[in-house]
Design a protein around this ligand. Structure first.
Ligand code: ADP
Ligand code: MG
Length: 242
């Protein structure tokens, strides 16, 4: 898989007078998985949106394989960075197949046949080829999220961003989606995963980054972050979630 490294350097971003990212630094080596944890409102979603330029940072840098992507058109970045959201963001009035085919046609410019073939291959990878002709509403939440992941992967991204991809799912559906993310991580995709699933973070992440008040205040291997946290704010967060 041709994945890239990611570096976020001293990233600042404000909404009006509210400074949401206050100097974020993060290093994600190629092919590795970083889980981002932290309290609600600490800036995790904004960080992901700043990485793919959906929100414009005021200063700092975002680099893919050492090359800045600041100022890149978000539509062009969509080819390189896949994003999966809590609420799937599928086109409700299109079939599952079309949800994959349409961006392959419009963003990658594939022919109808090429797009169809690639879409079916990616649906097969997530075990949902038989759902191709249905609307998303006919699928379970877990299946919808797997379609959203397949849609992102079909674009051939160098980096995948997940924003609480399992938070809206019924508990019995979480495992299938986390399993898919685990396989993707093992397959060498570079991933940044915002999650409340501490078990997943501990077992799958190469690095866990703790965000608080717009900064990454602690980062390291899962065992170090979870078992011997040095930051008092991290200790207090973990005592609430573990
Ligand atoms: P998290 O994902 O860690 O819960 P967010 O990145 O969503 O945090 O939000 C961080 C802060 O930025 C919050 O105070 C939130 O209200 C604010 N915020 C997020 N998006 C916007 C926006 N588009 N306009 C104004 N404020 C925003
Ligand atoms: Mg969020």
């Amino acid at each position: 898989m041709p994945s890239s490294s990611l570096r976020v350097a001293d990233l600042h971003l404000s909404f009006g007078t509210l400074e949401v990212l206050r100097g974020v630094d993060l290093e994600v080596p190629r092919g590795s998985t970083t889980c981002v944890i932290g309290p609600s409102g600490s800036g995790k979603s904004t960080l992901l949106r700043a990485i793919n330029q959906l929100d414009r940072p005021a200063s700092g840098d975002v680099l893919l394989d050492g090359v800045s992507v600041i100022g890149t058109d978000p539509n062009r970045l969509r080819r390189r960075i896949g994003m999966v959201f809590q609420h799937f963001n599928l086109f409700a009035h299109r079939t599952v197949l079309d949800n994959l085919v349409l961006p392959l046609r419009s963003v990658l410019g594939l022919s109808k046949e090429e797009a169809r073939e690639r879409a079916l291959r990616h649906l097969t990878d997530v075990g949902l080829a038989d759902k191709a002709p249905y609307r998303p509403s006919a699928l379970s939440g877990g299946q919808r999220q797997r379609v959203a992941i397949a849609r992102a992967l079909a674009m051939g991204p160098e980096l995948m961003l997940f924003d609480e991809a399992t938070s809206a799912l019924d508990p019995e559906l979480v495992k299938g989606v986390l399993g898919l993310m685990t396989d993707l991580s093992a397959g060498g995709m570079t991933m940044v995963v915002v999650t409340h699933e501490m078990g997943f973070a501990r077992s799958v992440a190469d690095q866990v980054a703790f965000m608080d008040q717009g900064r990454v205040v602690a980062a390291g291997p899962p065992a170090a972050v979870f078992d011997s946290p040095t930051s008092p704010r991290l200790r207090s967060f973990l005592s609430q979630v573990l």
